[in-house]
Design a protein around this ligand. Structure first.
Ligand code: NAP
Ligand code: GFB
Length: 310
């Protein structure tokens, strides 16, 4: 019997990359967004499963944002993500969904824990103060899946990506993550001949993974992995925000002034992750180099400036 795959968050950074990842397959794929169903509402989620009756689900939908947005709206990040995850994972079980993959994030890990981060450390301490609302909501998805695997025998799994970037990201100057926000700011600085303002000291370290890589790996997980250990999706290559800025300035051939605004937060200093599990499962996978990923993302933004989320 052919699979019916439902992908929540279908209009997002990961959702659109998943749509591309499934282009060449004969699988029956349905992408949904908040315009179809509000996943914070149990009745909507019930209708969604009744209407589509999927056999497999990739639950990518979430209220997602960068450091500034997370610091400002912790209650909203907690509530909306708790409700979405609780509803989708519960209703998937009610409707007999065989396989489901849900998304955590490396920023859900404890702020103070022995590095590198691995799946055994998710609950060993408080998350970073800057985004504890979102982080706790994400952690509860892991708890719910563990509880449902034990009680109902479902083979649901979690993936834990590091900072994701790529085409069709959210380039909003209030809610964006660092890569899309800096791309948007640099685009305007070059267009208007103004300074390029970067938050913080530039010293924090981040691991960036290209959205298409996340999509290909998540698709592999859905069809090949029913283990209980959450899988970190990471290149395990840390770069400083300063280095990221240099890559972007080079890509834009920007000759204006770069200013680091220390009145803005640095957030968590680093969150180095252990990707040995996914590498052992998919040893031949090649991550997109950051230079190539940045090039594709900047080109996409310039070509789609009018329609991009900004
Ligand atoms: P995104 O670009 O912001 O997309 C979010 C998606 O969720 C959109 O399709 C959005 O639909 C949908 N959504 C939001 N609220 C909804 C609601 N109430 N009901 C139904 N759908 C709703 O996010 P992303 O970057 O693709 O993230 C995908 C997953 O990866 C998330 O679970 C996120 O936590 C996780 N993740 C992201 C990162 C990262 O750096 N981006 C890192 C680690 C993990 P609309 O467009 O209609 O609002
Ligand atoms: O992606 P980001 O906003 O969030 O990156 P996190 C924040 C880092 O980039 C901080 C620096 O060190 C900032 O000082 N930065 C420099 C900037 N300029 C800018 C700028 O213009 N905009 C932004 N946003 N940052 C996120 C979580 O943490 O990690 C999310 O908040 C998500 O929930 C994501 O889980 C994976 O990496 O600090």
């Amino acid at each position: 019997m052919s699979e019916k795959i439902l992908i929540t968050g279908g209009s997002g950074l990961v959702g659109t990359a998943l749509s591309k990842a499934y282009k060449s397959t004969s699988e029956e794929i349905t992408l949904v967004t908040s315009s179809h169903y509000d996943l914070t509402q149990q009745l909507d989620v019930n209708f969604m499963f009744a209407n589509h009756k999927p056999t497999k689900v990739i639950h990518a939908a979430a209220k997602v944002g960068g450091l500034g947005s997370n610091m400002k709206y912790k209650g909203g990040y907690l509530y909306k993500n708790l409700m979405m995850n609780t509803n989708v994972i519960d209703q998937a079980n009610v409707w007999g969904v065989k396989r489901l993959v849900a998304f955590l994030t490396t920023c859900a890990f404890p702020a103070e824990v022995e590095y590198p981060l691995d799946h055994t450390k998710i609950h060993l301490g408080e998350p970073h103060e800057s985004n504890f609302g979102y982080a706790h909501a994400k952690r509860m998805a892991e708890v719910q899946i563990r509880a449902y695997r034990e009680q109902y025998g479902v083979k649901y799994s979690c993936v834990i990506p590091t900072n994701i970037y790529g085409p069709n990201d959210n380039f909003s100057l209030e809610h964006g993550h660092v890569v899309p926000m800096l791309i948007h700011k640099l685009y305007k600085a070059q267009r208007d001949g103004t300074d390029f303002n970067v938050w913080g000291t530039g010293k924090p370290l981040r691991e960036f993974i290209f959205a298409q890589d996340v999509a290909e790996l998540t698709k592999w997980v859905l069809h090949n992995y029913d283990g209980e250990d959450p899988l970190i999706l990471s290149t395990s290559d840390e770069i400083s925000i300063e280095h990221l800025v240099d890559l972007l300035v080079k890509e834009f051939k920007f000759t204006g002034k770069v200013k680091f605004d220390r009145s803005k937060p640095d957030g968590q200093y680093r969150k180095p992750s252990d990707n040995s599990l996914i590498k052992s499962l998919v040893p031949a996978f090649k991550f997109t180099p950051i230079e190539e990923g940045i090039k594709q993302t900047v080109e996409w933004f310039k070509e789609n400036y009018d329609k991009a989320r900004r």
